[in-house]
Design a protein around this ligand. Structure first.
Ligand SMILES: NC(=O)c1ccc[n+]([C@@H]2O[C@H](COP(=O)([O-])OP(=O)(O)OC[C@H]3O[C@@H](n4cnc5c(N)ncnc54)[C@H](OP(=O)(O)O)[C@@H]3O)[C@@H](O)[C@H]2O)c1
Length: 429
């Protein structure tokens, strides 16, 4: 007999209504059974929705929906790391009901605690949609790559930031102007803080770190720098050096432990991640035994994200119950790289400064650098144009972050420096 499961959906926004539209037409999907929407919950019952929900029982309280006898699977699409989303997920898990969520903030900040509740009841907690929308990266790393050690997971995990950086570089418009455009086009929230500060990408890479490297789910271990510090001038100078600036989220295995960070990085224009423009996401997986892979696709949007939620629901219909982070929480015992060791790890860097356009300024800068522990690979002095300040870009050879930071403070001690010099890491691919 065809299996049938009753699904309660909390959150009827972009993702929730996208999911309901697909469930109302599920004959076209390849599901091993039937999913019946038994009840829904949102904040405002009278709000117009793009789908017909009149046949479903309404719950003002998502916790009541989670606990209802009519809910066999609970789908959380409210958002927010705690509050009603977390309370409802906890209620469902404590009753042994499988949970599907798209909530990266909640998994990144409370994933371990929730996984323990799920383990206690031997019930699944699935979150494919929480990382990179439609790209099936969670299941790929948790299950398909379980047979190989990983070296690194690096990617563009925030479409808003990628859109901002691509548009600024292509059109020569400044950050505020492009951000306003992104908000008009629906690529950025009215309050863009979570995106532009790097927090959203950090939530996602924290989750991938646990899945891929077996480190505990600990969001405080992610070092986070957003795109709000990147100026049009930085992008233009990067372009002249045949590079692009991208917000890269990465988890890298090192001899000191796993480095987990989000920051704007210079990439050669021909590298795979540099070629990802606009609101797309991309993830590169470097493995020890199975080669390297790049997955690209829409990292957000109603349809793509609903597809990821449906993938999880399909797994539940097939009775799959993989541990939440691939292994039991107690086995997430690998270590993060201590922060002081991160500053010893070597990379190339771009030091970007603006110097007063006067004789001897450049000579005094090179003199300052000569006394530091960095050696210069390339130096570009751009035209000052009508301004009295000329942009300077210095690309270093490999050096430690600590040495690069010391070089920056030497540069900043010069009288000729107009704006404090800044540091951007350079990756070779
Ligand atoms: N949008 C994407 O492309 C995307 C991609 C990946 C992951 N996600 C994740 O998916 C989740 C949902 O995102 P979304 O874009 O669909 O959000 P959204 O459009 O803002 O929708 C949120 C929904 O939650 C409901 N809600 C808010 N507070 C509630 C409460 N106390 N009780 C019950 N319902 C409540 C809202 O009700 P009302 O409609 O009545 O206001 C709304 O229907 C988030 O965790 C997000 O991070 C989204």
């Amino acid at each position: 007999m065809k299996k049938s499961m009753k699904v309660g959906i909390a959150g009827l926004g972009n993702v929730g209504t996208g999911l309901i539209a697909r469930l109302q037409d599920q004959g076209k999907l390849r599901l091993d059974g039937e999913l019946v929407v038994s009840g829904v919950s949102a904040r405002n019952r009278s709000r117009a929705r793009p789908v017909d929900i009149s046949d479903y029982a309404w719950y003002d309280d998502p916790v009541a929906l989670a606990k209802s006898d009519d809910t066999e699977i609970f789908v959380e699409l409210i958002g927010g790391s705690d509050g009603p989303a977390k309370l409802a997920v906890e209620a469902a898990l404590d009753l042994g009901k499988p949970v599907v969520t798209a909530n990266k903030a909640m998994i990144a900040e409370y994933g371990e605690e929730l996984a323990q509740r799920a383990e206690a009841k031997k019930t699944p907690l699935l979150f494919e949609a929480a990382v990179a929308g439609g790209i099936p990266i969670v299941r790929a790393i948790r299950e398909s790559f379980a047979g190989t050690e990983l070296k690194s997971i690096r990617g563009i995990l925030n479409g808003t930031c990628n859109f901002l950086l691509s548009e600024m570089a292509e059109t020569g418009r400044d950050y505020d102007d492009v951000l306003a455009d992104a908000q008009r086009l629906g690529y950025a929230e009215a309050d863009p803080f979570l995106d532009v500060s790097g927090t959203d990408a950090a939530h996602k890479i924290a989750i991938l770190s646990s899945l891929g490297f077996g480190v505990p789910m600990d969001f405080s271990q992610v070092s986070i720098h957003g795109v709000d510090s990147i100026s049009l001038r930085d992008l233009q100078l990067a372009g002249k050096l045949d590079h692009k600036i991208k917000l890269i989220a990465e988890a890298v295995q090192t001899e000191f432990g796993v480095i987990c960070r989000v920051e704007p990085v210079l990439l050669p224009k021909a590298s795979p991640l540099a070629m990802i423009d606009g609101p797309l996401n991309a993830i590169m997986i470097e493995s020890v035994h199975a080669g390297n892979y790049t997955l690209t696709g829409p990292g957000a949007g109603s349809d793509a994200t609903a597809s990821a939620v449906l993938g999880d629901l399909s797994a539940l219909l097939s009775d799959q119950n993989t541990p939440v982070f691939g292994v039991c929480v107690g086995l997430l015992s690998q270590t993060f790289c201590p922060k002081d060791k991160i500053s010893q790890s070597e990379s190339k860097y771009l030091i970007r400064a603006e110097l007063r356009d006067k004789a001897g300024a450049l000579a005094s800068l090179t003199e300052k650098l000569a006394g530091s522990d960095v050696s210069v690979d390339a130096l570009l002095q751009d035209s000052a144009g009508d301004s009295e300040f000329a942009p300077i870009a210095i690309m270093t050879h490999n050096c430690s972050l600590a040495a690069a930071e010391e070089a920056v403070s030497r540069v900043n001690s010069l009288d000729a420096v107009h704006e404090p010099a800044r540091l951007i890491r350079i990756e070779s691919s």
